[in-house]
Design a protein around this ligand. Structure first.
Ligand code: 9PG
Length: 812
């Protein structure tokens, strides 16, 4: 018998011949067979050595890990490359979850340095073949179905702006057509095949089988040692999946060791409410994630003013925010790119900032807000003085030319070598100055991928992931524990545990689809070009990270309307093309993400209606909504958030039509976790309409293109009931108490701001009177037994509804 580890959910074994295998103990879940390999280099060239995994060297133990629970552990050691390297392979099978983890430690046994190229952690039968077969058990496809019919792959992009979402065998991976211009924004070592059904991914990926409702998540628990990539081929039979760590040709000195991050594999049950939670939680635990910062609610200068921002523009928005604190309680005013003369020259400010940054942050603070500042510490424009002054700080490629850091702000840019001690000192000083001397308490740190570009580094022993991680650690220690850090353009894995917030999407824009200089056609498919649709999609497909790895930053809300686009004084680039429903769509997705709520408009120009839309999203929802069809659709259309308040439990649901034509949207109420009832009350939040739902299915015909429908749904009950409201998007969290007496209902409202909205109440008959803080209110019956009332709440208030005494169901 070959050595094995058996847990309640899976069996891991090393059958010999260099293979290892995992077989789930439940039949419908996938299993796989794999090899491991190490690629490395010495004066003799590149060697690719498969590991032999001799069952004879298999040593087992059991241990406990604070993040992963109880583990059965096994370890195998062997020598590689005729004694040049020693490889120690560790496996751990979790007893408390269906998860296997493994990693490789390499030690240089020679007297000369070697370089490390790649560690293959999930590989096919022949070295260099594109992947390890996934075994779905017999009959994973029926009859004449072509290979992969029922499979899909969830791909995750390398950094903030990268595409995340589900792909099908007939799809081609979303990729850029702009080559060198945007290439540096993706991980060099993650393949981007053009063929249908072949997909790369960063850090983790999920292969799932729709019919079997099961899947396999493969990924790294940390990205502190090296960047990890995946390649899936869904059209092969059986399908294949491979996983490796890119070791970036780092130098391994004699006697030195390199340990990969833990790779992990887990069985995923597609019908679980949060199918990826076990992985997401393990990553959060292993990286000591910072997930508890308060969600920022604020304003950012970028998407209205861009680089043309001025002190005056900022101050007029600050004044507006201060004057409207009661109606729109913001807490953050963030200056974005544009204050500096050149990206890279952070101490030289444009003359449009006569009072300097310290002066600005002082005024922001004295108006009662947190002060936020944008910086891009590892990138510089070619003209920046920093590059002329410190040519040795520039990250260079093997040939000695500056590494390609991508096209930004209309020109090619340069990256700084984040392993250079002088660069690290410079960045630490910049951060300290921003916090201590300029007084900012929130830093949006952008283009962080520039620290992790391929190149010949000052410290040739650090991988790209290590270079970035070390730099981020240095930034955190310079910033201190209380400064809020928002990562942007940032590879995700190395930032877990460092940043408080992380941008999880590309930029929003004043347009739905990507375009460049107003031209749409050739750019429509560019995955990381600014576009509201792309940003909104990632806000859903990465919502599972929220409050686990950090607080998600779904990018800014743009509320300006089409009418304002025609107003004099609005710069052409600030004019929106977003329709009313596209703006509501973006607001819905940001609200349901429960992440940062940062508006980026010229606030004084917003119409009263749009200001009210913003106000009603404050405070942010208490948790991210569940994306029900995350593993079923590339553009998920159903989000659900169960809520609980003074007047009972309800669910908030958003149904999204991403399409360019009207569509029918449906939801099965039984899947939303609602209690069984013969009928439900629903309030359409944007439509401000009451709707009764008979039976168990919600079906909306002909929802217009690019439209989000938000509804609260509550089971119909016998007594008086709060049915929904437009005071706040939650449709019920403003209600602090709800007491039903024989002759009246009293409700305390705690809105936390001055606002008005409609509320719907179910009562057995017309109220004999109603008042809010003693002011009489007029009710109107919109359906038999359902009454609508307009409320104006000044922070808090008491609502009293007088009933004919038979209505209250005999309660007292
Ligand atoms: C400031 C912006 C905003 C925004 C960030 C980031 O030229 N480019 O290719 C380019 C791409 C993205 C980009 C800026 C420029 O956006 O995501 O929120 O802070 O920088 O420059």
């Amino acid at each position: 018998m070959s050595p094995a580890l058996t847990t309640p959910t899976l069996r891991f074994e090393v059958p010999g011949g260099g293979e290892w295998a995992v077989q789930p103990l439940s039949s419908s879940a996938p299993g796989l067979r794999s090899r491991l390999s190490v690629s490395w280099c010495d004066s003799g060239g590149v060697h690719q050595d498969p590991l032999r995994l001799d069952p004879e060297s298999f040593a087992t133990a059991s241990r406990s890990d604070p993040n992963l629970g109880r583990l059965l552990a096994a370890s195998l050691g062997e020598s590689v490359g005729r004694g040049a390297l020693h490889a120690q392979v560790e496996f751990g099978a979790c007893l408390d979850s269906p998860m296997l983890i493994w990693r490789i430690t390499l030690r240089n046994e020679q007297s000369r340095a070697v370089t490390l190229v790649r560690a293959g952690l999930l590989e096919g039968a022949q070295p260099g073949s594109s992947g390890a077969p996934i075994l779905w058990g017999a009959g994973h496809r029926s009859g004449g179905d072509p290979p992969g019919t029922h499979l899909s792959f969830f791909t995750n992009g390398w950094q903030s702006w990268g595409y995340a979402g589900l792909l099908r065998p007939a799809d081609r991976a979303p990729g850029t057509r702009l080559g060198r211009v945007t290439q540096p924004r993706a991980n060099v070592s993650t393949p981007r095949p053009r063929a249908r059904g072949q997909f790369g991914s960063d850090m983790f990926g999920v292969v799932s089988h729709r019919g079997w409702r099961s899947g396999l998540l493969v990924g790294f628990l940390t990205q502190q040692a090296a960047f990890g990539s995946l390649l899936a081929d869904l059209r092969r039979d059986p399908p294949t999946l491979s996983l490796w760590a890119d070791l970036d040709r780092v130098r391994l000195d004699p006697g030195a060791t390199f340990t990969t991050d833990w790779a992990s594999l887990q069985l995923v049950d597609l019908d679980r409410p949060d199918p990826l939670a076990a992985y997401v939680d393990a990553v959060a635990g292993c990286n000591n994630a910072r997930s508890s910062a308060a969600v920022p609610v604020g304003w950012c200068s970028w998407y209205y003013w861009f680089e043309k921002v001025t002190q005056q523009a900022l101050l007029s928005n600050l004044d507006w925010a201060a004057a409207h604190k009661d109606e729109v309680p913001l807490d953050l005013i963030q200056l974005d790119d544009g204050f500096e003369t050149q990206v890279g020259d952070w101490y030289d400010w444009r003359e449009e900032f006569p009072d300097g940054l310290a002066g600005l942050s002082r005024r922001i603070h004295s108006a009662g807000f947190r002060a936020g500042l944008w910086l891009a510490p590892f990138i510089a424009k070619r003209q920046a003085r920093i590059l002329a002054d410190h040519p040795d700080w520039i990250l260079r490629s093997e040939g000695g030319r500056p590494a390609n850091a991508g096209f930004a702000w209309g020109a090619l840019s340069r990256a700084l070598d984040a392993t250079h001690p002088a660069v690290l000192d410079h960045v630490a000083e910049l951060i300290e100055t921003s916090v201590r001397d300029w007084g900012f308490d929130y830093l949006k740190l952008d283009f962080l991928y520039a620290a992790a570009l391929p190149g010949r580094r000052y410290d040739a022993r650090r991988t790209r992931a290590q270079a970035l991680r070390d730099a981020l650690e240095r930034i955190r220690s310079a910033a201190g524990p209380d400064t809020l850090l928002d990562g942007c353009g940032c590879p995700l894995g190395p930032a877990v545990g460092i940043v408080d917030f992380m941008r999880i999407s590309t930029d929003v824009a004043t347009r739905w689809e990507p375009a460049f200089l107003g031209i749409e056609r050739p750019f429509r498919r560019e995955p990381d070009f600014p576009a509201t649709r792309s940003a909104a999609r990632n806000a859903l497909t990465r919502s599972m990270f929220h409050r686990k790895w950090w607080v998600n930053d779904p990018d800014c809300l743009l509320l300006r309307d089409l009418v304002s686009a025609a107003e004099p004084g609005v710069p052409p680039e600030s004019r929106t093309q977003l329709t009313r429903s596209q703006v509501q769509f973006l607001a819905t997705v940001i609200a349901f993400s429960a992440g940062s709520l940062v508006d980026s408009d010229d606030l004084p120009r917003l119409s009263d209606e749009r200001v009210a839309w913003l106000a009603r999203l404050i405070p942010p929802l208490p948790a991210a909504a569940r994306v029900v069809d995350l593993l079923d659709a590339a553009y998920p259309s159903t989000m659900v958030l169960p809520l609980q308040g003074a007047a009972g439990a309800w669910v908030l649901i958003a149904l999204l039509n991403w399409g360019d034509r009207p569509a029918r949207l449906q939801a099965d109420l039984r899947l939303l976790g609602l209690p069984q009832a013969a009928a439900y009350h629903a309030v359409d939040y944007w439509g401000e309409r009451y709707q009764r739902i008979d039976g168990t299915s919600l079906s909306l015909d002909a929802v217009p293109a690019h439209t989000a429908v938000v509804m609260s749904i509550r089971p119909e009950a016998s007594g008086p009931c709060w049915v929904g409201d437009t005071l706040h998007i939650s449709q019920g969290l403003a209600l602090r108490s709800w007491e039903v007496h024989r002759d009246r209902v009293t409700a305390d409202l705690a809105l936390g701001r001055v606002g008005r909205g409609k509320a719907w109440l179910a009562l057995a008959g017309a109220p004999t009177g109603a008042d809010l803080d003693g002011r009489p209110l007029a009710f109107h019956e919109c359906r038999p037994g359902v009454f609508q009332v307009e409320l104006e709440v000044r922070g808090s208030g008491q609502l009293v509804i007088h009933l004919a005494s038979t209505q209250a169901d005999g309660r007292e």
